[in-house]
Design a protein around this ligand. Structure first.
Ligand SMILES: *Cc1c(COP(=O)(O)O)cnc(C)c1O
Length: 494
């Protein structure tokens, strides 16, 4: 592959992107003198119009994105989001509204937020929903704060939160930030919560259990009703991480499982692109026990119209500016309404079918540490490839040479060398087959030519990164004195 020049390397002094005809009217002096016009920007590239256009068009095409191909990042649910939902969110009455607009001017917007809350209540089986948190992790923190507020009011604050060892890293962080001490519950051989371990650890110091369902192995917690019963019977509450709702919606409801509080990731399951750094939305759903503590404000619907209720003495207070990421909520509601109850159920069913298909086709060539049937994602590891000195990193990098995005790696932590694959429902059988063929080809290469994998990727703009210095010493600006050291990465370009 030919290395694309940096825009600085295209620069030639005096080149301009535009050319105006000779002035044929008297020049107006002094017009700009009172304005702070910048005379010079150091090292600013000087290029022609066509060079600018081609440079940035090439850059945009060098990016991998869901509009180009599958993005099988397990746990992250990177699915294709229908463009119609973006169009709805871009409507000027929605995108252009001022966040401090008076309530009587935003009745339609409040109706959208309220309808979304009602839809999410129905989907999750919870009694109330708040759209305030801006991310899954913030939803977790808010959920923990709700539990804490409730237990403090009972005069029984408790200090510990139990979390299975398969959990997403944000779970222990959120509990910790909320002031709890985290204790880990071991997974059993099926990859689910070990009931005996839970029974042993669930005592009067434990405020809550944080559980993910289906968990990050993609395994449904079959004992979930017994789990919530046990925790409740000893005075604790149950938090469910609902980031994996793509596997459940329309099929089963956390509220019916006895869960007290759950967060959802609108930017995974409900039609907001995920992974670009935001904006996101992590609504929390609660049962009636926790409803009084919900963050401010709560949207209410009265005969006179919609309103913000700030008069809630037990509330944990405000958790973010204004009212949540409204346009993400718009996309979520548009998505839910276009699919309807049957469509949402079908999403979950196809998500599970697609992941099961991949699992079945790769079984035998890739090792499964846990053999329990999985839902929307499956977790292989590199045990077979390790025999040839090939690691999950080598496999992931080699997939780039097949023009595919690698799956999530090295997570969950209970699977060393993990490759966690979540195709989602939006991929066609043809695309799944292309991915499977690439994975099978890589498995053959691992046996026949392991060095090929260890040097991968071979076809990308940038070869394998020195991940340690990229993370610890990121140099992200071009440096004219030392152009070879443009970034904290191995610029070994082909
Ligand atoms: C993505 C994810 C989270 C965190 O969500 P963010 O929006 O990235 O903060 C939490 N738990 C699980 C299982 C997830 O997949």
């Amino acid at each position: 592959m030919i290395r694309e020049p940096l825009i600085f390397e295209l620069s030639d002094p005096g080149k301009k992107a535009f050319k105006l005809p000779q002035l044929d009217v008297p020049q107006q002096e002094g017009l700009l003198e009172s304005l702070p016009v910048r005379q010079d920007i150091g090292d600013f590239p000087e290029v022609s119009e066509i060079e600018v256009v081609r440079h940035f068009t090439r850059l945009s095409q060098a990016n991998y994105c869901i509009d180009i191909g599958m993005y099988p990042l397990g746990s992250c649910t990177m699915k294709y989001n229908p463009k119609v939902n973006e169009m709805v969110a871009a409507m000027s009455g929605l995108a252009g509204i001022h966040p401090a607009a008076a309530v009587d001017l935003i009745q339609g917007n409040l109706a959208i937020s309220h309808d979304l809350e009602e839809s999410l209540k129905e989907i999750t089986g919870m009694d109330a929903v708040s759209l305030q948190p801006s991310a899954g992790a913030q939803g977790e923190l808010v959920g923990m704060m709700l539990i804490r507020a409730c237990l403090e009011e009972r005069g029984n604050p408790r200090k510990i939160v139990l979390i299975p060892d398969s959990a997403h890293g944000t779970n222990p962080s959120s509990a910790h930030i909320c002031g709890y001490k985290v204790q880990e519950i071991k997974s059993n051989e099926a990859g689910t919560v070990d009931m005996e371990d839970l029974d042993r650890m669930m005592n009067e110091d434990v405020a809550a259990l944080m559980v993910t369902n289906p968990n990050t192995l993609g395994v449904f917690e079959q004992d979930i009703c017994r789990i919530t019963e046990l925790v409740h019977s000893r005075g604790g509450l149950v938090y469910m991480d609902g980031a994996n709702m793509n596997a459940l919606m329309g099929v089963s409801r956390p509220g019916d499982m006895g869960v007290d509080v759950i967060h959802l990731n609108l930017h995974k399951t409900f039609s907001t692109p995920h992974g670009g750094g935001g904006p996101g939305s992590g609504p929390v759903g609660v049962n009636s026990l926790l409803e009084p503590y919900l963050p401010l404000p709560v949207i209410t619907k009265q005969d006179s119209g919609y309103a913000f209720d700030f008069d809630r003495p037990k509330s944990i207070g405000k958790v973010r500016a204004f009212y949540g990421n409204f346009l993400v909520a718009v996309k979520a509601l548009a998505y839910i309404l276009t699919l309807g109850p049957e469509g949402l159920k079908e999403v979950a069913e196809i998500a599970v079918l697609n992941a099961s298909y991949i699992r079945k086709c790769l079984e035998g060539e890739y090792h499964l540490k846990y053999e329990t049937p999985t839902m929307h994602e499956c977790v292989f590891d590199d045990k077979f490839q390790k025999l040839h000195g090939v690691s999950n990193l080598d496999i992931a990098k080699r997939l780039i040479d097949y023009d595919m995005h690698p799956p999530t790696m090295s997570f969950p932590l209970i699977v060393p060398g993990a490759l966690m694959i979540e195709p989602t429902e939006t991929e066609s059988k043809e695309d799944l087959d292309r991915f499977i063929e690439a994975m099978l080809a890589i498995s053959r290469e691992a046996k026949e030519n392991p060095e090929l994998l260890k040097g991968a990727p071979h076809s990308s703009y940038v070869r394998r990164l020195d991940e340690t210095s990229a993370a610890r010493n990121p140099i992200l600006r071009w440096n004219p004195e030392n152009p070879g050291k443009t970034a904290g990465r191995d610029r070994q370009l082909k």
